[in-house]
Design a protein around this ligand. Sequence first.
Ligand code: FAD
Length: 678
Amino acid sequence: NGHTPESNVDVLIIGAGPAGLMAAAWMAHCGVKTRIVDKRNAKIYCGQADGLQCRSLEIFDSLGFGDRAWKEANHMIEICMWNPGADGVIRRSDRIPDTIVGLSRFQQIVLHQGRIERFFLDNIKKYSKDTIHVERGVLPESLEIDESKIDDDSAYPVTVKLRHLSEEESTPEQQISGSKVSDGLFRSNLVSKDDEEDLIAKSKSRPGTGEVVHAKYVIGCDGARSWTRRSLGFELQGEATDFIWGVMDIIPITDFPDIRMRCAIHSAENGSLMVIPRENKLVRLYIQLKEVTPDASGRADRSKITPDLIFSAAKKILSPYNIDYEYCDWWTAYQIGQRVGTDFDAHGRVFLAGDAVHTHSPKAGQGMNVSMQDAYNLGWKVGLVARGIAKRSILTTYQSERRRVAQDLIDFDHRFSRLFSGRPAKDVMDAEGVSMEEFKDAFEKGNLFASGLSVNYGPSNIVTKAGDAVEQGDGTKTVLSTVTPISQEAFDKKQALAKGLPVGMRFNSFKVLGQADARPFHIQERLKADGRFRVILFAGNILSATQKARVDKFCAALNAPGSFLRAVTPKDKPIDSIIEVLTIHSAKRTDTELLRDFPEILHPFDKHNGWDYYKVFVDDVSYHEGFGDAYNNYGIDKERGCVVVARPDQYVGWIGELEDFDELQKYFEGCLVFPSKA
Ligand code: FAD
């Protein structure tokens, strides 16, 4: 049927869920030519994921829409635990804060996935100048990697055939036809087979529905049953359990006192329930379905699962309290299992992110968060490599950094789900039951992991720390090309310069003031997701002559013709285009002057715009927002300071003294392309 259109694109993203949208957001912020396709049309949206952890909010803020989520969401402040007393009746046994106090400037919130996807779409539109759109009703039919071209930076080694579906084909079927309430069963893991082959076959019969795309990089974010993963021949390893859970988003009518708290409820005999208070009066209930069990093949019959069945289970668990509803927004059911992908990339050209490489139960509110965090880790790397700014070798760090997190996630979920789905122990002698003390303890410990803030990346050419191998969690190790191998002893000395900024972890935030305008900023607000690396010069006491001499020397090296800063910056671009230098000093604000005390390279001059007033900050007391006390909180010497590198995703990549300029130079030589040197 005639001519099939053929085109080139730098990055092709398959799937526009949270992971795919995060990847697309990076491409928009980095200015990379990108397409993103999804087999579904946009029409149904409610339900699905809703919990947003602190790290995800920090990430949203770096992209520019943290405030939208924060404002619209329901805020989760306290968790209440309900367990059977000696009489078998449920009662509140404990209260704990939902987010560990002091961990982040954000706390956990809940807002449904559809809104979050909306924020992404608006952000992508803005930053891509309306060039990146989600193409709905489009899915891949084949994927081939030309291995002879994978080392050629200018080649498009991945060829993907795409199919365009009709409106009808791209609308998923609902479980109960004609019902006004949407269900999410078409995405649930209770559905074993996907409909891709049928869809492709149908649309093939119409002419003009095919297209060929040649891509430099492909990112498969196509969810738990990932077509991309299957077409690469990779697997998810792990197992399903017998635990089946239902989910309902309702406006409850109830006398249960904690319905606006997050609750973990274990009934004596009827299973467990989790309460998630939501935006717009909604409450989500996660309900254990003891009456539905998998058959011999390990799968439950989803046709048996209805909102009535799910809700009657909830009523039993909550009794003697009453619960009813008139409005249901959405419902679904799933079978708990934990699986992790064997491989996260093929030839450093095709990558998998999100549910495509890890699946687990949704109750801990992790899937969407970890999926977005995968893509947040991957996106800037692919973006900078596609633009010729970073070396292709940094792409290997995606798997080494994220597979470990995926493994930790499923271990966490396994433990947590077992404790949650198990029957509460009647007394200490009841070995088969779950100890409620153990559950509470796991919950509290799990909160740190769940926040996304315990992630600690291993050594690589973008994380300078001791060691040369990264544990994959499953016993295997990946050996990375550490560019500047550093002994444990030498590294410990560097880390001691700023104990509060562990290398490999995200740059923690405290408030500092603008030197020029005395306005308080959270330093993280200045670490925007624009694809730039940042060198943060903790300049120490700039008013001491000895320290000033050290700062001057560091700046002279930065300014020298062969410095990494000059080498990575294209001749016609501002000096902060690829790497931005930010300064935080510790002298008194009112005794210091921006233009007098700080070398020009720290607040570059531009003949059209004058001095840059937003690069030098001070650790001092504010008028209205207290004292961030950043140096003390980071554990940095107020006289001598130190130098820290933050990667474009805000992870600490390097720490050193002001005299360690050569090592800093090597860090950037290891990961960035130096065009002016070539
Ligand atoms: P998905 O969201 O599954 O997106 C994949 C996309 O790819 C879809 O849009 C799909 O249409 C598209 N696609 C699939 N196949 C193809 C193909 N062949 N071609 C083109 N496009 C394709 N997570 C949390 O963090 N917090 C929570 O509170 C939470 N609660 C949850 C509650 C429920 C009831 C469920 C079911 C999940 C919950 N999750 C939660 C998990 C979360 O929804 C997922 O982990 C998350 O959506 C994964 O994002 P993703 O982008 O990887 O995949």
